[in-house]
Design a protein around this ligand. Structure first.
Ligand code: BYC
Length: 336
């Protein structure tokens, strides 16, 4: 325990201060050299806290993100579509688990992160609070939501925290497949009957703006960006990634034969980018406050699933305890 003065302040300890300065200089040098911080390396408390916040939010998003699509597994229009959708939703569970595991290396347990999600004190992506009323929503989620996810997550493969960066490599590969399957669903519908084309257009109309808001608030309102970029957790700002995403979508929408619902969308020769219309940030804030169309439903479902799964966790713990007792007995016998 740190010794303190009568007033409660830590007593002066030049040796401890010097060790802290060395650790801090080592951390700064690794970041400056574009190196990786590993779990046992010294790191500022605020860096650790930021990572746990972002990684747990990311993991929570993958887990909650299974719901809007899980909703369509039993209603997918063919056996092949059903098998693909099941595989995609399973991938998302896997992504959540890699990310919780990576976040655990920072000293916060998965149980703590899960409790925070269930208590409503941890965030998950705004995008998963929108409903999925038609099959075309599976296409729009794949094309737009997974498309935005890849744009945001590719740079995270170069994030300064090793376990997060490594988890992102596999996640991004799987997300690329997810995006293509979404694009292919929309292409099939767009080239189908008039009713199918309209269903695809309607889904794109509903998911376009929310997918642009996935990148977070405009840079001027982003509380964490500057520090996260200095620490090389984030490599690009929210607006930079949003712009890249819009630039990518325009030719893809043309290939799909669908229209992006944005009157402000036009090529800006001077900037070499597409301009796009204002987004409804009041809606974004309302969703973050828990007032989106599906916030209550998503959390209620997750809580129910957690309770329903209690017996699995109990059984796994009982099995682990039994194995540990057996192992200990075996070791005793071989030591005798
Ligand atoms: N939704 O200072 P800012 C997926 C919050 S999963 C909710 O810019 P930061 C997929 C932010 O947390 C997609 N909250 O924050 C899964 C902060 O609030 P707090 C998930 C948001 O962290 C299944 C405040 O607003 N991807 O792709 O620098 C099926 C100020 O923001 C959102 C990730 O999580 C939002 N959209 O930047 C299909 C990627 N945006 O914490 C697909 C990893 C902002 O101070 N995360 N907030 O209360 C990131 O890259 C960054 O955390 C963000 C935000 C770009 C999202």
């Amino acid at each position: 325990m740190e010794s303190t003065t009568p007033a409660g302040a830590p007593a002066a300890d030049p040796a401890r201060d010097a060790a802290r300065d060395t650790e801090s200089a080592e951390f700064d040098a690794v970041i400056a050299a574009d190196g990786r911080i590993e779990p046992r390396d010294a790191m500022p408390d605020a860096y650790r806290k930021t990572l746990v916040r972002q990684m747990s939010q990311h993991a929570n998003s993958e887990i909650i993100g299974m719901q809007p699509e899980g909703n369509w597994i039993t209603r997918a229009p063919s056996l092949m579509r059903k098998a693909i959708l099941m595989a995609k939703v399973q991938d998302e569970a896997g992504h959540g688990l890699y990310l919780y595991s990576a976040a655990e290396t920072l000293g916060t347990s998965r149980a703590e992160m899960t409790d925070a999600l269930l208590a409503g004190t941890a965030r998950y992506s705004s995008i998963f609070n929108y409903p999925t009323p038609t099959w075309a929503d599976m296409g729009a989620i794949g094309w737009l939501v997974d498309g935005a996810a890849i744009m945001n997550q590719m740079p995270l493969c170069r994030c300064s925290y090793g376990p997060y960066a490594r988890a992102m490599v596999r996640i991004c590969k799987e997300e690329s497949f997810h995006q293509r399957q979404g694009f292919e669903i929309l292409l099939t519908l767009s080239r189908g009957t008039t009713a199918q084309h309209e269903m695809a257009q309607d889904a794109v109309n509903r998911w376009y703006a929310p997918s642009l808001m996935m990148f977070g608030p405009p840079d001027a309102d982003s509380s964490h960006s500057a520090q996260s970029m200095a620490w090389k957790i984030k490599r690009f700002s929210n607006d930079e990634l949003r712009q890249r995403f819009v630039d990518m979508l325009v030719p893809q929408a043309e290939a799909l034969g669908l229209t992006l619902p944005d009157d402000g969308l036009r090529w800006n020769e001077q900037r070499g980018h597409y301009d796009y219309g204002d987004l409804d940030w009041a809606e974004f804030k309302a969703v973050l406050r828990g007032e989106g169309q599906c916030n209550a439903q998503r959390l209620a479902h997750r809580r129910r699933a957690h309770e329903d799964g209690a017996w699995v966790r109990d059984a796994a713990s009982a099995y682990a305890a039994k194995q540990a007792t057996k192992d200990a007995a075996r070791q005793e016998v071989s030591a005798a």
